[in-house]
Design a protein around this ligand. Structure first.
Ligand SMILES: [Zn+2]
Ligand SMILES: [Zn+2]
Length: 169
């Protein structure tokens, strides 16, 4: 989806609401941790303020991951906020570059590629089904979230081993 600069110029600072849905197929292909993905719903608004054009809003989707610790599939409802500023290429100065103002050529603000990028950046590289997922037992392979096992897996820091012996006595 594109937003036209001339339309924002015309609105003189008033916000232009927009809604768009991103195709999940391409997004899924570009991130190896995304095992399944619903269409990504984007709700936002665009406006021209001063010499800059702003686009902001939120993306929402249900994403299927596989937990990196216990290998169980799980679904997460993710909400990814976005907030971008643009200026015509010829008006961008050094200060704008430092504050991440993106250059515009022509009348269109092209959103799809940018939103896809923002979405993928927020996806975890190490997805966890829960912050405190106990993972699989390295000895017997049991999912320790589902059942405890009696394997002794504690790895004692050699520097503390002496201390452990001390407390045993
Ligand atoms: Zn897990
Ligand atoms: Zn075990």
């Amino acid at each position: 989806m594109n937003i036209r600069r001339s339309e924002l110029d015309h609105l003189k600072g008033e916000a232009l609401p927009f809604q768009v849905t991103l195709d999940p197929t391409e997004l899924k292909r570009r991130h190896q941790e995304i095992r399944g993905l619903s269409p990504v719903k984007v709700v936002g608004e665009a406006a021209k303020l001063g010499n800059l054009y702003y686009v902001k809003g939120e993306m929402e989707a249900d994403v299927q991951f596989v937990c990196s610790r216990c290998l169980s599939p799980f679904t997460d409802h993710v909400v990814v906020p976005f907030d971008e500023a643009f200026a015509p290429e010829e008006e961008i100065d050094e200060q704008d570059e430092e504050s991440d103002v993106l250059p515009l050529t022509g009348d269109d603000i092209e959103l799809d590629a940018l939103l896809a990028e923002d979405f993928l950046l927020e996806m975890p590289t190490f997805p966890l089904c829960a912050e405190d997922c106990k993972g699989l037992c390295p000895t017997c392979g049991v999912n320790r979230n589902e059942q405890p096992c009696s394997c002794k897996n504690e790895r004692i820091d050699p520097r503390l081993a002496g201390l452990a012996d001390f407390f045993k006595e």
